[in-house]
Design a binder for this molecule. Sequence first.
Ligand code: FPP
Length: 256
Amino acid sequence: MAFQEPDSSRTDTRDSALPSHVGFIMDGNGRWARALGKPRTFGHQEGLKTVKTIVQATRDHGIPFLSLYAFSTENWKRAADEVRFLMDLVVIHLRKEYDFYRSNHIRVVHSGDMEKLPLKVQKELELVITDTASFDSLTVNLAINYGGRDEILRAFKRFASANLPAGSSHAEGLRQMSSALNEQSFSAYLDYPNIPDLDLLIRTGGEQRISNFMMWQSAYSELFFSEKMWPEYSTADLELALEFFKNRQRRFGGTS
Ligand code: FPP
């Protein structure tokens, strides 16, 4: 994604019964497929159907932002065949659902390091991002070649190049940069700065960890872990997570 101008208008979602931003760690595709005696890639293919179901359900609920962890910066360690399959699946998804996103007024954005993605993935992403940019019924943030630490490091590099004054001494440059650095000014350099912090982070597949997903944006997320594998995750499971969220008392480090 071309770098966007910093905009620090991040939404405050305190005391809301409905999350403004839900994130999914879509885990369990491989195990689900293996349990059926099928290749891991079958799980990813079936997982794509769940993606559409959850995008539709999120929009129907009026939740404005949905982030989906589709491929992490660590997933390159997988077998080359599986990596290739996942990249092809992203292309298939973007081509197949182009009309779905547009006719439902859903904006698609990307988080992650675009430059290291195969060119065909970059091309399809850029097309869908451009052609849905004006929509506002739901923003779907596809995290592909995404890592929370990687995002923070890339943001810091952009922050430094924008805030290190040219021509000043080393010490003076560092002093000026550090005086400009605060949570608000820094977060404007994250991959998609206009997205609110993650209110609800749901991980499927029975594991209970964050796996480098939205490290900055999940500082005060409510965490929900589902035993369901991603291909079998349903709208009823999403309802359970939303019910859990509704009953949370969020204090953001303060007192009630
Ligand atoms: C983790 O499950 C899942 C992934 C690394 C890929 C998720 C991708 C999709 C659901 C399809 C592509 C999505 C989009 C939005 C285009 P795993 O295979 O690591 O599960 P395991 O723990 O059972 O091995």
